[in-house]
Ligand binder design. Structure first.
Ligand code: KIV
Ligand code: ZN
Length: 545
């Protein structure tokens, strides 16, 4: 089915003052036809505004992923980078969920000036009160409250009825409205909610004062045309919908989050809820960079955002590094291979004319083609620049240390790529951790038991242990466990090579379970036993404070 876009006009006029003047002028009687025409054209432009709002939820929905938790300092770093990127709204957390989340919303509110700071709540009065308190210092604030509207949620989660949920939806918006002007309502699992009932809920919350209504495909179930039709149905059947913004919030369980978001925007949604690198629970959320670059590449859609696309690559790497969440090499827009042409035919074509095989100029998203690889001949300034492009700024001492490690690594490997550099930056972050690997010695081979001696530095104090194992990694982990007496279970353990060759760097990803929670650990080293021990210690650092 061909669904035509609801709005075709291109408009970059966003000034509230301009809109207010036009709305005022249109009310004044005038006999001059030219003036009348001019004013009504302006009014039409305002009403068919094609600016899309980018609502980033990396620090809320993204941060919910086990092992991706950030401390407040790291969250502020990401929030400031999001502000520089040009997002319109930052969802900073779910304040009632923990004191850490509450404080992060407070601190982000203080640190950031331009974007709206949004705090999530359930349709519960105390959640809303706490969110309002956390937003106290925000220059522009929004409460995001809501409730599940699908029959699955109504019946199994709330053991309730459609009528009762509708009343609770209205009540939570009214209550939030008593604290802030800007209230966003979410109809959780809207993707699987009956359209007629959803329209009733949306109309009721608009009447109660919602300024934005979010239509999430919580389970990532919808098909693009189905989700587009849902938005269109609401646009055509809900009274007052033209006065508010409709948001779409998609999950990627079937790999369709970006497609569903685009379908929603084409049918009238004007706020896209996204995360950097598409991180988020399960298969993740819609990725910011994919939606922004799709809108930018398809000018005929007339969908414009405020995003400064040259920051996309840097922020992608920053989030990946801070959250220890690698970006898949073939990830659209920001993956390591997104602009790497290996076939001779492609290389030849790109050299003759980039557009033969590339739809995006790498520079547009902040990838500097000339500096992808560094070698032992590269100077400190080149490393500093590359780190900056990757979103990491180091002071002089840290840079000196990173450069020393860089030269050692460059001696072993001919070419140093972005992953290697992120690893060096990771070592720098690791040097700030409470528990550090002081030394590791392993004996292993065929026909003998592996034995490992490990030294740990815990907040300045030295500890040593020795253990055997069924291999060198097992022996090293057992020795660490002797020092850190906790009931920890190694749930996942993955070793990946970055490039090829026996001199390669091994990346280790681990999940360690402790007291019912999972903690993610990461390290990279040319010695894979050392990388494994470091990844284990990285995870432990997240629960041993
Ligand atoms: O996926 C979802 O439904 C959500 C809501 C809380 C907005 O994240
Ligand atoms: Zn979500």
């Amino acid at each position: 089915m061909d669904i035509k876009p609801l709005s075709r006009h291109n408009l970059s006029v966003n000034s509230l003052i301009f809109k207010a003047i036009i709305k005022l002028l249109i009310k004044l009687p005038t006999k001059n036809r030219k003036i009348y025409r001019l004013i009504s054209n302006c009014k039409q432009m305002i009403e068919t505004n094609d600016k899309i709002f980018i609502f980033d939820t990396t620090l809320r929905d993204g941060e919910q992923v086990p092992g991706c938790q950030l401390n407040t300092v790291e969250k502020i770093e990401v929030a400031k980078a999001l502000e520089e990127l040009g997002v319109d709204v930052i969802e900073a957390g779910f304040p009632v969920s923990s004191p850490g989340d509450f404080n992060s919303v407070v601190d982000i509110s203080k640190a950031v000036t331009w974007p709206v700071i949004c705090a999530l709540t359930r349709a519960v009065e105390n959640d809303i009160k706490v969110a309002a308190e956390a937003l106290k210092y925000a220059k522009h604030k929004r409460i995001h409250t809501g409730i599940g509207t699908s029959d699955y949620h109504i019946k199994y989660k709330f053991n309730s009825t459609r009528e009762d949920i509708l009343e609770r939806a209205v009540a939570c918006v009214k209550f939030a409205k008593s604290f802030v002007e800007d209230v966003q309502f979410y109809a959780e699992d809207a993707g699987r909610t009956d359209n007629e009932y959803l329209a009733r809920v949306v109309e009721a919350v608009i009447k109660a004062g919602a300024t934005v209504v979010n239509i999430p495909d919580t389970t990532g179930y919808c098909l693009p045309w189905e989700f587009g039709e849902k938005i269109r149905y609401l646009m055509e059947n809900v009274k007052g919908i033209d006065k508010i913004t409709i948001a779409c919030h998609c999950h990627n369980d079937l790999g369709m989050a970006t497609a569903n978001t685009m379908a929603a925007l084409r049918n009238g949604a004007r706020q896209a809820e996204v995360t950097i690198n598409g991180i988020g629970e399960r298969a993740g959320n819609t990725s910011l960079e994919e939606v922004v670059m799709t809108c930018r590449s398809h000018k005929e859609l007339h969908l414009e955002s405020n995003i400064n696309t040259t920051h996309l690559y840097g922020i992608s790497r920053m989030v990946s590094s801070l959250m220890n969440m690698p970006v898949q090499p073939n990830k659209a827009i920001v993956g390591r291979n997104a602009f790497a042409h290996s076939s001779g035919i492609h290389q030849d074509g790109v050299l003759k004319n980039r557009e033969s095989y590339e739809i995006i100029d790498p520079k547009e998203v902040g990838v500097d083609e000339n500096s992808i690889l560094l070698t032992a001949r590269s100077g400190r300034a080149a490393l500093k620049h590359r780190l900056h492009v990757l979103g990491i700024d180091m002071d002089k001492d840290a840079l000196d240390k990173a450069y020393e490690s860089f030269l050692k690594l460059a001696d072993r490997k001919k070419e140093i790529n972005d992953d290697d550099i992120m690893m060096l930056a990771g070592q720098h972050h690791a040097s700030k951790r409470r528990i550090k690997l002081a030394f590791l010695q392993v004996t292993s081979g065929v026909g003998i038991h592996s034995v490992a001696s490990v030294g740990l530095d815990i907040a300045g104090e030295k500890f040593e242990a020795c253990s055997t194992g069924n291999g060198p990694v097992d022996a090293a982990i057992n020795a660490i466990k002797q020092i850190i007496h906790r009931k920890m279970l190694l749930k996942e353990f993955l070793i990946q090579a970055i490039n090829k060759g026996s001199n390669d760097v091994g990346k280790v990803h681990m999940t360690v379970e402790y007291e019912g929670n999972s903690y993610y650990g990461f390290s990279a080293n040319t010695d894979i036993v050392a990388a494994s021990a470091e990844a284990f210690i990285d995870a432990i650092n997240k629960f041993v404070r």
